[in-house]
Design a binder for this molecule. Structure first.
Ligand SMILES: Nc1ncnc2c1ncn2[C@@H]1O[C@H](COP(=O)(O)OP(=O)(O)OP(=O)(O)O)[C@@H](O)[C@H]1O
Ligand SMILES: [Mg+2]
Length: 319
């Protein structure tokens, strides 16, 4: 496990070097409620460290109001379209306002499962075998090539919405149609069944990345679906969960995967393990949750960083 390098947490009095900080949270996406919970935690942490931080909800006012209200930087904690997909980042770039996390390109790629996989595969990084489905696909042939069970998912969506684990060829058409409701681009993906993991990462290509301890996700349901993510309390999260040998193999992979999409600031890379212990990259999250139960704070805690430490460290990347 990589030891995070000590971060220059502000000494008393130096909190003003951040100026006036907007915690941009809420918004209008389906993940508004999660964002408000995450943002509440971030705001409290910043205030606790003496920073002049304020909540800013783009549902209630135009994003340009950040300038009118004299903000010096933004801590972005919006999930889903507009907040996480590069569009908001583009607006902030044109305003010249520093913000936390990934820029326009990495945010957009991170949202797009197909493009993420193409980039990773192009670098020789492991991803599960996949195919694109359309109305004309020969579904029997797809199932024969990828094997069963397999996963069908919309390229862009999130929170496991529109995702189906297909166990019989006869279910494949319905699974395709379900995913197609959410996105024109639908993926069929080979099942990887040796465990699901998520790895928080901080930093950037210039200053260096810090890979935090991985979290193993053990849903009580068939897979980590919408219910398991947000409503059930029987999902088990294990952290730390990798042996030192496994961590030594996984950490460079996570770093490369985040670097490849142009990642900076902070994020989470999810991967699956097969029965033989081989990892396969699943997806990148460029605006992860920051509720007290979220995975980034969980990984940070295992590395000896408090919730406030990790929030400050993310904010530091805007200086
Ligand atoms: N190839 C696969 N093999 C095994 N399980 C999979 C596979 N693909 C997806 N899953 C399961 O389905 C869940 C959802 O899939 P995925 O992470 O690709 O989409 P998503 O969760 O909707 O996207 P986001 O994490 O951006 O919200 C995963 O967390 C995992 O439990
Ligand atoms: Mg996912």
């Amino acid at each position: 496990m990589a030891q995070p390098t000590p971060s220059p947490f502000p000494l008393p009095g130096s909190a003003q070097r951040y100026g006036k900080v907007a915690v941009v949270m809420g918004g209008t996406s389906a993940e508004r409620e999660v964002s408000l919970m995450s943002g509440g935690g971030v705001l409290e942490a910043l205030l606790e460290r003496g920073i002049d931080a304020h909540a800013f909800d783009p549902r209630d006012k135009p994003i340009q109001a950040l300038r009118d209200e004299g903000f010096d930087r933004a801590f972005l904690i919006l999930h889903g379209p507009f907040g996480e997909d590069g569009t908001l980042q583009g607006v902030l770039e044109t305003m010249g306002l520093p913000y936390t996390g990934c820029g326009v390109m990495a945010s957009a790629i991170g949202m797009d499962k197909l493009r993420s996989k193409l980039i990773w595969r192009g670098l020789g990084l492991p991803v599960p075998d996949f195919e694109l489905l359309d109305d004309a696909s020969d579904l029997d042939a797809v199932a024969a090539r990828l094997g069963l069970p397999l996963f069908v998912k919309p390229n862009i969506e999130g929170s496991s919405i529109g995702v189906t684990k297909v166990k019989a060829v006869s279910e494949l058409r319905a699974a395709y149609e379900e995913a197609r409701r959410y996105d024109r681009v639908v993926l069929a993906e080979k099942f990887v069944g040796g465990g699901e993991y998520s790895v928080p990462i901080l930093g950037d290509a210039v200053a260096g990345y810090v890979v935090l301890p991985a979290i193993k996700i053990e849903p009580a349901t068939e897979f980590y679906d919408y219910q398991a993510k947000y409503f059930r309390d029987d999902t088990v999260y294990r952290c730390p969960c990798l042996s030192p040998e496994q961590a030594a193999r996984i950490e460079p992979l996570i770093e490369k995967a985040f670097w490849a999409i142009g990642g900076r600031g902070w994020g989470r890379i999810d991967f699956l393990m097969d029965e033989a212990g081989e990892p396969y990259l699943l997806e990148a999250n460029t605006a992860p949750g920051m509720t007290s139960h979220s995975l980034v704070p969980m990984g940070a805690r295992a590395a000896g960083m408090s919730y406030e430490d990790v929030v400050l460290r993310i904010l530091d990347t805007t200086l």
